[in-house]
Design a protein around this ligand. Structure first.
Ligand SMILES: Nc1nc2c(ncn2[C@@H]2O[C@H](COP(=O)(O)OP(=O)(O)OP(=O)(O)O)[C@@H](O)[C@H]2O)c(=O)[nH]1
Length: 598
């Protein structure tokens, strides 16, 4: 055990976490040339394309230092706020962390939020100043920033380049010298922390764990504490680039477990694995059931594909336990599902996977958060509203609560004014402002989560010319004056376009919605009035003028093949349109509310 080191890499997005991981694997000889791929730890196609690590994995390296053999377990952490609970459990499985900071970008919002998570778990922090090879690098200044942030000595910051290999050996020495070996007792009953799981269509769910006390043995009968279910450990082993089956994994070490579980929901990140016959009395703390934060309706473009969509969603859920869904019906869209996601990125991933892996064409409605409505009749019991159209009659409502977050934004001093105006417009209340240096400022706001879902990232980037980083954490529910704004097309309410909006912004947003929809909905053969309403009160109106649209008119009947081509083209253009009443609505229109400021 004294020769084991468990560590993770924490960094702001793009500061070089994956590249550094690759370099460490290279240097310790954990990868053969043949196995070398550019981003070794990111295995899902989608991840590779997006360049972000969505699912955390672990990898074991052997390294000889001063004549002694060491086992280094690198636990990879996802780099996006949607997956912050998984990050926290990966961090909990380690004794130390490499804090990677880009020498040109310095400290960013995610650097700080991840650092706090690591400090809460008492991790030893090794600061790494990455990308020193860049001409734009500012090593002295950024080292000062790191020293200020951590209160460490300048010589503790390791200058490195994950690209050229500078500093890699120093990092490995620091991992061994500075990170303490795991503590724990081999004679106690088994206690292992689940920090990740991956679905494998052939072998079932692979559970990644860190043994805190005792040992896990092949064929042992084990139990998951939170779910209460027992299984046999069919296979256990350590993770190199491939899996290496073992007879036992002991205190302090990291490994994988295969039990034949076929449903991802049976393995919960943060759960404790113990012996079924001699269970531990102390499950590992910090377990939470992950709760979806963002909801949206997903509907098949072709109403006949509902059952196929259901089976695709069920299959997706088998390997992504954080996806939740329930059937719903919409007057406008027919039968579909109300789905819960960890965040906006998670939602995009699910939508893309439905299309790529299951060949489904779907319509997604405007995402919203989960509200609590309290009625006058029963002002103590919250009614959970995951769909704006489920909000009870306003006359019966006592109050509505919405989820709030604490936002951390780091920007340049020049942009503080812009960022503040944006956050205030988004109903934020500033709670703190700290100058990290004379140039860089950290701002904290309490804000409604719903405002982040709506176009916040893009606006933040624009107002700060790209010089702002952003991270957030939920801080609970707060009462807000929210009203439901409905949209009527041709005098027919389209439930899928309803949104809950703060009373003060309702008139403005209603108006912008109507204008945006006018842009997005193609002209048809009759006038289409677009109205926004609160209850029975119309707050805004636009009209789409009629157009007799005959795409073949230009062809003078001459060339038939050209005519056919045009008709084909028109047919294709119809994909992702939904007929609501007698109006055709394209997919973008359902997301219009997200794009009001374009
Ligand atoms: N010049 C230079 N570029 C680097 C260095 N390390 C990483 N990069 C580049 O920086 C970019 C981001 O690196 P990644 O390793 O993907 O960053 P990451 O932190 O893993 O990013 P996420 O997985 O998206 O969180 C890539 O284009 C790398 O090639 C370095 O030391 N020097």
């Amino acid at each position: 055990m004294k020769n084991i080191r468990n560590f993770c890499i924490i960094a702001h997005i793009d500061h070089g976490k994956s590249t550094l991981a690759d370099r460490l694997l290279d240097f310790t000889g954990s990868v053969t040339e043949r196995e070398k791929k550019e981003q070794l730890l990111d295995s899902m196609d989608l991840e590779r394309e997006r360049g972000i690590t969505i699912k955390s994995h672990a990898i074991q390296m052997d390294y000889t230092y001063k004549g002694e053999k060491y086992i280094l377990n690198l636990i990879d952490t996802p780099g996006h706020v949607d997956f912050s609970y998984e990050v926290s459990r990966s961090i909990a499985a380690c004794e130390g962390a490499l804090l990677v900071v880009d020498a040109a970008q310095s400290i960013q919002a995610q650097t700080i939020s991840n650092l706090y998570l690591a400090l809460e778990n008492d991790l030893e922090i090794i600061p790494v100043l990455n990308k020193v090879d860049l001409p734009s690098a500012n090593p002295e200044e950024v080292t000062d920033d790191i020293v200020d942030l951590l209160g460490c000595k300048p010589e503790e910051v390791i200058p490195a380049s994950a690209k050229t290999g500078i500093g890699i050996e120093e990092i490995l020495s620091a991992i061994i010298e500075r990170i303490p070996p795991p503590k724990g007792n081999l004679d106690e009953p088994l206690q292992a922390l689940v920090f990740d799981s991956v679905y494998n269509p052939f072998r079932g769910v692979e559970t990644y764990f860190r043994v805190v006390n005792g040992a896990i043995k092949k064929n042992q009968k084990i139990k998951f504490v939170a779910t209460g279910k027992s299984y046999f450990a069919d296979e256990i082993g350590t993770l190199k680039l491939t899996q290496h089956p073992k007879q036992a994994i002991s205190t302090g070490d990291v490994g994988y477990l295969i039990t034949g579980i076929k449903d991802a929901r049976e393995v919960k990140v943060g759960d404790t694995i113990t012996d079924a016959n001699e269970p531990t009395k102390n499950p590992i703390g910090g377990f939470e059931d992950v709760k979806p934060m963002v909801f949206a309706g997903i509907y098949p473009v072709d109403t006949e594909d509902f059952e196929e969509l259901r089976s695709s969603m069920e299959k997706l859920q088998l390997n992504d336990a954080s996806l939740v869904f329930a059937p719903e019906s919409s007057a406008a869209l027919g039968f579909g599902f109300r789905c819960g996601f960890l965040g906006m990125l998670h939602m995009e991933i699910i939508q893309e996977r439905l299309e790529r892996e299951f060949d489904m064409t779907v319509i997604t409605t405007v995402p919203n958060v989960s509200y609590h409505a309290f009625t006058r009749k029963d002002p103590d019991t919250p009614l959970i509203v995951n769909n704006p159209s489920d909000l009870p009659d306003p006359s019966t409502i006592d109050r509505v609560e919405e989820p709030y977050i604490k936002a951390t934004i780091i920007t340049k001093a020049d942009f503080v004014g812009n960022v503040m105006s944006l956050c205030i417009e988004k109903r934020g209340q500033i709670t703190n402002q700290t100058y990290l240096t004379t140039e860089r400022v950290e701002l904290n706001f309490d804000m409604p989560l719903a405002e982040i879902v709506f176009d916040f990232y893009d606006r933040l980037k624009t107002v700060s010319k790209g010089y702002a980083s952003f991270d957030y954490a939920p801080i609970g529910m707060r009462a807000s004056k929210l009203v439901r704004v409905d949209i009527l097309l041709n005098a027919q309410p389209v439930d899928a376009l309803s949104a809950l909006i703060h009373f003060d912004n309702a008139a403005n947003i209603g108006k912008k919605m109507c204008e945006k929809l006018k842009e997005l909905i193609p002209r048809q053969q009759f006038d289409i009035p677009i109205q926004a309403a609160i209850g029975s009160k119309i707050i805004s109106r636009e009209t789409i003028k009629a157009l007799r649209k005959d795409v073949t008119a230009k062809c003078y009947g001459g060339d038939i093949s050209r005519k056919r081509k045009l008709l084909e083209k028109q047919k294709k253009g119809k994909k992702r349109m939904r007929q609501v009443g007698n109006v055709e609505i394209p997919q973008q229109a359902f997301m219009a509310v997200l794009k009001l400021n374009d």
